[in-house]
Design a protein around this ligand. Structure first.
Ligand SMILES: *Cc1c(COP(=O)(O)O)cnc(C)c1O
Length: 359
């Protein structure tokens, strides 16, 4: 069966091995006579899936014991609200480093909850680069928030600022599990699953346990991290099917060598496309500055709107999916999440070379 050349930004490609395993277990999960979706979330079979997702994520990301791993719903977008609701106390300010549309949304939601401000911004430069952060956070900082990978503009933090006197909170929706990171640098990490972790429907939150004490008892039950931490993300019915698929994706990542191996493949994939851009004499123009380039989302355009349009049209005819840039900035974007293979990226590189020769 033919698999699509899927460069979607999210939901995105899933590893074929994961889909095949899910298909095999679809009607009859471990001889239960039930599909995973039909299991009680209080059953032993489901408990095992739930624990396996937690255990594998901890092992792959080397999450220390003083962090909770939560499986929530509502997407990364709900975390824009839950983070300030739970962490931001009176007399404090939440500081945001602005690197694109998702940071803007996160800040504007935080402002609905309490005092929140921009600490640094790359907006003037059309978000082509990650601003450098040299000062520590102001004394009243509750936390400092950043977006580790900017899905829309195609920039990514290469190293994280270490100099904060306040916990660092990161939206890692589009690069979690794409390379090893040091979880100890963060107070809280969150990510919607549908880019690198699995299907939509589950959101992973990794939170340092001492931050849980900040959640006020008066918070709505479902919006308090404490509720989910106390109940191992089983306070109410979790998205069981999404968590099952997440556990299969995590098994797959481990089977191919974990995050160091994944990082190596991801770097190779991105390099293939950035080389094509850099060697094209301006035919392809990358959006991100070289030092801020994302390994996950390669954004570029051609010399004119007409050329960009022709490129996208012919790419579509040739079977490439999802190469249109985000509607807010236009141009082209190739998303190279973990499940996209080197072979698929090579196909795209070949197409880009041929298009350039013929146009
Ligand atoms: C996709 C994305 C989001 C939005 O995620 P939802 O799960 O749709 O709410 C937020 N932040 C980043 C960086 C993203 O890539």
């Amino acid at each position: 069966m033919k698999r699509a050349l899927n460069f979607n930004a999210g939901p995105a490609a899933l590893p074929q091995a994961v889909l095949e395993k899910a298909q095999k277990e679809w009607l009859n999960y471990l001889d239960s006579g039930m599909a995973v979706m039909e299991l009680s979330h209080r059953s032993a079979e489901y408990e095992q899936i739930h624990d396996s997702a937690d255990r594998l994520l901890r092992r792959l990301m080397q999450i220390p014991d003083d962090y909770e791993v939560l499986f929530l719903q509502g997407g990364a977008s709900l975390q824009f609200t839950m983070v300030p609701m739970n962490l931001l106390r009176n007399d404090e300010t939440a500081y945001y480093i602005m690197t694109g549309s998702w940071s803007e949304k996160a800040l504007s939601e935080a402002r609905k909850i309490g005092s929140a401000a921009s600490l640094a911004s790359g907006k003037e430069g059309m978000y082509k680069n990650i601003p450098s952060i040299e000062a520590s956070a102001p004394d009243d900082a509750s936390y400092v928030h950043l977006t580790s990978n900017n899905t829309i503009f195609g920039t990514q933090w290469q190293t994280f600022p270490d100099l904060f006197n306040a916990p660092l909170v990161a939206d890692m929706s589009s690069d979690i599990l794409s390379k090893p990171i040091n979880v100890n640098q963060f107070g809280l990490i969150y990510a919607g699953a549908q880019k690198n972790l699995g299907p939509s429907g589950v959101t992973v939150v990794i939170i340092k346990k001492d931050l849980l004490a900040r959640s006020d008892e008066r918070l709505p039950t479902m919006l308090s991290y404490q509720t989910h931490a106390k109940n191992r993300s089983l306070y109410n019915t979790p998205p069981t099917l999404s968590i099952y698929l997440l556990s299969l994706v995590l098994e797959w990542v481990e089977s191919i060598g974990g995050l160091p191996a994944i990082e190596k493949i991801n770097s190779e994939k991105a390099e293939i496309l950035y080389d094509i851009i850099d060697e094209s004499n301006g035919f392809y123009r990358g959006h991100a500055d070289q030092g801020s380039r994302s390994l996950m989302n390669v954004t570029f355009k051609l010399e004119t709107e007409a050329a960009t349009g022709a490129f996208l049209e012919q790419a579509k005819e040739a079977g490439f999916i999802g190469l249109n840039g985000h509607r807010s900035i236009g141009g082209c974007r190739a998303s190279l999440y973990n499940a996209v293979t080197i072979e698929q990226v090579n196909e795209l590189a070949k197409f880009m070379k041929t298009f350039r020769k013929n146009y």
